[in-house]
Design a protein around this ligand. Sequence first.
Ligand code: KG4
Ligand code: ZN
Length: 326
Amino acid sequence: MNILGIETSCDETAAAVVQNGTQILSNVIASQVDIHSRYGGIVPEVASRQHLLTVIPIIEEAMSQAQARWSDLDAIAVTIGPGLAGSLLVGVNMAKAIALAQGLPIIGINHLEAHIYANWLEGRAPDFPAVCLIVSGGHTDLVLMRGHGDYQLLGRTRDDAAGEAFDKVARILGLGYPGGPAIEQAAVDGNGTTYRLPRAWLKGTDDFSFSGLKTAVLHLVQKNDDISAADVAASFQESVVDVLVSKTVDTARKLGAHQILLCGGVASNQLLRQTMAQRSPIPILIPSPILCTDNAAMTASCGYFRLKAGETSGWDLDVEPNIRLA
Ligand code: KG4
Ligand code: ZN
């Protein structure tokens, strides 16, 4: 079963063809980073207009790389949210147009669920029950996945998402946008034990909080003129990773989970990947970095398992910018 995935929830225009939910035939991503970095962050109207310009060439490229004809496709999977409304509309309308023209079923996909399904694209089937840590620019969710489509929200951030904290701290340190890769790069030359930055444990809950940490970095930088950005970046990264790993591992152990699944843009962070691997008592899966950040292969994979469960969407499919996973 070949599924064309389309993803336009934020600032990446992406299309992919995936076979049987697990095998990537093509995975094409056009990033708008260069356009938005001028503004220090994503400008929603600019993002939607850019999707409008790139979505057809990206889909054509995905079909060409997969050596697929329209008649080889079995369905279209498209992200409906969470994300920027104007950006999501471009992808959903495009998906409807292709589905109508080719007589294909369409299925609307939750972007957070799609992030989890990146773990099905690495040649191994995850083991249930799994504790999933979704760490992206807009979300930090800890979710128990008992089976396909069966989710229980365990905890989430009460303020900034982990990726958002990386982006804001990078801005404080003048490291540019997007902040995650910039902080990771700067931290290579820094010492993560230089500053003992706060960790919000929120004991007795599976929730997270990163805004206090961000404020602590701001005060530290304001008080010290000649501070080393590398040391601050490394200390900040240690603090975020310590909390994410400790809470995920404790919860997975408490619930008797068989596996920990990491996903979302922040999961491409090397320190997070290594620390989770070292401290987890149970097997972990983390997609390769290109499948952690936004892509459409994960959307297509998620679509496959939804279709297999008998679900499809109708022509009344709408965007849902604030949709939650559970
Ligand atoms: O999943 P994603 O590509 O888009 C959303 O759904 O939000 O995640 C983007 C976020 C950004 O905040 C970015 O700074 C962060 O992931 N990120 C990283 C790294 N690469 C991307 N954070 C830490 N380390 C990285 N290497
Ligand atoms: Zn994402």
